[in-house]
Design a protein around this ligand. Sequence first.
Ligand SMILES: *Cc1c(COP(=O)(O)O)cnc(C)c1O
Length: 384
Amino acid sequence: MRATLLPYSRHSVEEDDIQAVIEVLRSDWLTTGPKISSFEGAFAERVGARYAVAVSSGTAALHAAAFAAGVAHGHHVVVSPMSFVASANCARYQGAMVIFADVAADTLNLDPRCVAANLTEETRAIVTVDYAGQPSDLEELGALAARYKLMLIEDASHALGASYHDRRVGSLADLTTFSLHPVKLITTGEGGMVTTNDAALASRARAFRNHGITTDHRQRSRAASWLYEMVELGFNYRLTDCQSALGLSQLKKLDRWLRRRTEIADRYAAAFAGIPEVEVPTVKSDRRSAWHLYVIRLRLDRLRASREQIFRALRAENIGVNVHYIPIPWHPYYQRLGYAKGQWPVAEDAYERMLSLPMFPGMDDGQVDDVIRAVEKVTAYYRR
Ligand SMILES: *Cc1c(COP(=O)(O)O)cnc(C)c1O
């Protein structure tokens, strides 16, 4: 067995990433400088979107997207329960009510039929999550959004570099959000991005990250003017130049890292094909996953152990398994708002059986084999 814990995810920071940040530290601009728009430009180009707005976290990106989409008190927002809490919280920040719709059993992405069944007069937006890196059913969700005049927000925190019908994630919803946290596809330490093809939505998100002020510092100094106007209630959600330089440098490695993630997923799938207690993730043929997570589901009916026992046994083998995610409405905050458990049978069943295995581009083949051997050993031990 392994001598040290293999984490489920880990950032890759290389020497040129470090040099890029040092360069900014020696420059005139630590924040609100030129690296931010360079990073935004490169990011927009990479995802095929017209506009990109850099913000301080993936959560800030979701908040800015909800604001730009006009989500407000009295509105309903349909959200996937199978996500990190921030996907739903962005609606709450804007005073809206969250309606959780169930996911599809194969992908664990929002099931468009469940979304349709949960639309009301008050629905303003849909927040769909590209679970584990696989794009959502964007055509069906886009059609619903168009028919009912809703905003489609795609939480692509897991899906930077993924594609759908050969089109890149980032330009396929009204607003797409990304997280640049260290466990995600590329990192700026903390950071996020909102992308869109709509100039008005981009400018609303841009103002929102800077207190709702209409011009930024550099524009003012060019115009030699002291004037600025706060026209909306915004926040300080700015990304710094140091972070943007790191992001720019990381973005260059994305394709290499995506290839490695895909290789690891393929090795896992080949190995687990022979383990009947393990269900491997499925990716639909019309889309490509960024493989942020590798989530297996246990066939508990074939095992003499609970998910928790398997989890503990794998941790004892120094495999840093994790669970993504506890259904959002199960958290105490949402429980207090009155969401009874049992309303999302697919997401809830998946949660009870899932484990995230280590998946990050810095994993070597020996580490992948360690994971495979540990899964083989533990499932064989607990086999019925
Ligand atoms: C990581 C994540 C977020 C939040 O991003 P932060 O950068 O940590 O604020 C939101 N949604 C999903 C699906 C995530 O995985």
